[in-house]
Design a protein around this ligand. Structure first.
Ligand code: NDP
Ligand code: 2IT
Length: 452
């Protein structure tokens, strides 16, 4: 029987090898550290998990695709972007995960997202493997026609790697309903197949699921509510700080309001808005979803209750709960210290890896309930899996039914993480609970399916 300490030494050695074999991929290193630093208790307790090669296989993607994406802007100038799809692990089902279009995208970013997705998808219990993709294309300021041409060029290569039983992409930063429409159209044209289950996040009239746009934000609020309930509290009357103003942020703010809490902020890469009366969601949706504008326009149009703070940190705004919903590493140690100083009770990650490792450590040490993204934001991919189920059955469910399923799934994930943490002597540590519970499901399937 190996001890936890011996196991951790072996995992630390593996982490060094990961850094060496994957140079210049700091986000992937960070995600691998965050998981492997919590697995020693389960690997030490269950000898089958110490089998040579199991964790080594888990940290190596099954397949990584990189390709050229040439496209022409409205002036006829040619641009060349880079496309990615990392098919990380398919032990539990077809690769599943979003596409991100953002100038910061590179292979390391896509690998971190794909790695996280393996465990997140396992936690949903819905039979989906882990993958992620995207491009360094920047959709900001591009016309619809330019975005369409880009999506068509991107799909002209991607189509050969995906399929309803193979790999099922969806949205992420910079990829919403508009982009999924263009991508689906090109896939259908090239393949001459009406294969609804090849992409999720589709429009309502052509195979999309009700509540998919809302699912990540709604799910994160449900997860935060479950963490508070565990401590004998609820969301009613709580003030919340939310970062971002995209898909996840908007539906986080909406669900908070529905459960009696009040979100007083939103942000984008230009700065943040604080609104004493609470964010007016109709105005925010109009500016972000219809006009594709910036958050300073919100403050201009809202009147005296709101102000725009250029740059700065949204985490300076005092609140009971914090829901980071923009991007990775947006909440650092200083931000965590400010949140703690202001009496925050819970932090729940709508974005993927928004809190730095130092921030997570500080929050947990201070006794703040911390929901890691791979558990807290799993509602989006869970409803994607429900969209696949509806597509397969050629049916569509009511919004009420999808939302009921989402609520069950989020409560289930919360219970699983909570109980797993207790089982491995880390009560209240949702990071350890999520990592170990996700790992057990994937590792069991990998062991059963042999060395592949
Ligand atoms: P959107 O593109 O709809 O919105 C992203 C928001 O975050 C925008 O307000 C954007 O501002 C801001 N943002 C993005 N990058 C940066 C940056 N580098 N610095 C500051 N602000 C930034 O994306 P989503 O809402 O879909 O995604 C947000 C997060 O949630 C991501 O981490 C994503 O991986 C995660 N997520 C998304 C899911 C989904 O279903 N969509 C599911 C689970 C997790 P700006 O416009 O100025 O760039
Ligand atoms: O990070 C994520 O879970 C997503 N972007 C959603 C993935 C999906 O397949 O719905």
């Amino acid at each position: 029987m190996t001890t936890r300490r011996e196991t951790q030494t072996r995992l630390d050695q593996l982490l060094k090898e990961i850094e060496h074999r994957n140079p210049a991929q700091p986000e992937f290193h960070q995600a691998a550290h965050e998981v492997l630093e919590t697995l020693a208790p389960v690997v030490a307790a269950r000898p089958e998990y110490a089998e040579p090669g199991l964790i080594e296989r888990l940290v190596e993607p099954e397949r990584q695709v990189m390709f050229r994406v040439p496209w022409q802007d409205d002036q006829g100038r040619v641009h060349v972007n880079r496309g990615f799809r990392v098919e990380f692990n398919s032990a539990l089902g077809p690769y599943k995960g979003g596409l991100r279009f953002h100038p910061s995208v590179n292979l390391g970013v896509i690998k971190f997202l794909g790695f996280e997705q393996i465990f997140k998808n396992a936690l949903t219990g819905l039979g989906i493997g882990g993958g992620k993709g995207g491009s360094d294309f920047d959709p900001h300021g591009r016309s619809d026609a330019e975005v369409m041409r880009f999506c068509q060029s991107f799909m002209t290569e991607l189509y050969r790697h995906i399929g309803e039983h193979t790999d099922v992409p969806a949205g992420d930063i910079g990829v919403g309903g508009r982009e999924i429409g263009y991508l689906f159209g090109q896939y259908r044209r090239i393949t001459n197949r009406w294969e609804a289950g090849v992409l999720t996040g589709k429009g309502q009239g052509w195979g999309g699921s009700l509540i998919r746009p809302e699912a990540t934000g709604y799910g994160n609020v449900l997860f935060a509510a479950a963490m508070l309930r565990e401590r004998g509290e609820d969301l009613e009357g709580q003030t919340a700080v939310v970062s971002g103003s995209g898909n996840v942020a908007i539906y986080t703010i909406e669900k908070l309001a529905a459960l009696g809490a009040n979100a007083v902020t939103c942000s984008d890469s230009s700065g943040y808005v604080v609104d004493e009366k609470g964010i007016d969601l109709d105005l925010l949706k109009q500016i972000k979803e219809v006009e594709r504008g910036r958050v300073d326009a919100y403050a201009e149009r809202r009147g005296s209750s709101a102000r725009f703070v250029p740059g700065g940190s949204v985490w300076d705004v005092p609140a009971d709960i914090a829901l980071p919903s923009a991007t990775q590493n947006e909440l650092d140690e200083n931000d965590a210290a400010t949140l703690i100083h202001n009496g925050v009770k819970a932090v729940s990650e709508g974005a993927n890896m928004p809190a730095t490792p130092e921030a997570v450590h500080l929050l947990q040490k201070a006794g703040v309930a911390f929901g890691p993204g791979k558990a807290a934001n799993a509602g989006g991919v869970a409803v994607s899996a429900l969209e696949m189920a509806q597509n397969h059955a050629r049916t569509s469910w009511t919004a009420a039914r999808v939302e009921e399923e989402l609520t069950h799934i989020m409560n289930d994930i919360h219970t699983t993480c909570h109980e797993t943490a207790e089982r491995y002597d880390a009560p209240g540590d949702y990071v350890t609970g999520a990592n170990i519970a996700g790992f057990e499901r994937v590792a069991d399937a990998m062991l059963a399916q042999g060395v592949i």
